[in-house]
Write a protein that binds this ligand. Structure first.
Ligand SMILES: C[S@@+](CC[C@H](N)C(=O)[O-])C[C@H]1O[C@@H](n2cnc3c(N)ncnc32)[C@H](O)[C@@H]1O
Length: 207
């Protein structure tokens, strides 16, 4: 197992990405192709910036990426990539959506690898993860374009099946993905929703 972990860490170093998590997004992208040339992408929980760098490469110079995190990221996009706007903010802040809209009013794709600080308790970590994940979905409801796509990391806990069921009402297709580069013993999975069924304003939330 350690060998696999080291393999992806080494590979990230060689490919000049700041985190090995890039390969989880890459694997999902290779399979489902939810990022396209020219897309606008919001990356929630972006630090140190691998997912944003990768998304910027895929969407290319006509696309745009906004990456947000509690920590300031400053990676420089590669040539022939989209511009990346780095935001340093807590997504739970009241003015978060308003501040994103100043950069870009809406997005074709929302990607999120957001994770709480781990406590060592699986139960607490899964609960904290789900609170953040629910927040990313609330943000998607406001910022995602009709037919847009959403991928989020979740630490599976007792609320996980309900979350997936809720997503099925909001997207045309929902997949739960366990990438090869994710540790087998980790409870993390990625949930992909494709084809957002945008509701008119005031029509209600995710339930
Ligand atoms: C696993 S890291 C993301 C790695 C990133 N996808 C990459 O490839 O470089 C998870 C991030 O979520 C961020 N995060 C956690 N809670 C947050 C919050 N409330 N608002 C914004 N970012 C948050 C953390 O600061 C952390 O940097």
């Amino acid at each position: 197992m350690r060998k696999v972990r080291d393999y992806y860490a080494q590979k990230a170093k060689k490919d000049k990405y700041p985190a090995r998590s890039i390969y989880k997004l890459e694997e999902a992208q290779q399979k489902y192709n939810f990022l396209r040339r020219g897309d606008s992408v919001l990356d929630i929980g972006c630090y140190p910036g691998s997912w944003s760098l990768f998304a910027a490469e895929v969407v290319g110079p006509k696309g745009v990426v906004v990456g947000v995190d509690l920590q300031e990221a400053d990676q420089v996009p590669r040539p022939d990539s989209a511009k990346i706007h780095w935001m340093c903010q807590d997504i739970r802040d009241e003015d978060f959506v308003k501040n994103v809209r100043r950069i870009r009013p809406s997005f074709r794709v929302l990607i999120s690898d957001i994770a709480p600080k781990t406590t060592g308790s699986r139960w607490t970590d899964a609960q904290q993860s789900m609170i953040l994940v629910e927040e990313t979905l609330r943000i998607a409801e406001m910022l995602l374009l009709p037919k847009g796509h959403y991928i989020v990391k979740v630490f599976q806990g007792e609320d996980f099946p309900d979350f997936v069921q809720g997503l099925k009402k909001r997207f045309d297709m929902v997949k739960v993905i366990k990438p090869d580069s994710s540790r087998v013993e980790s409870r993390e999975v990625f949930v992909l929703g494709m084809g957002f069924k945008k509701q008119p304003p005031g029509a209600g939330g995710t339930k």
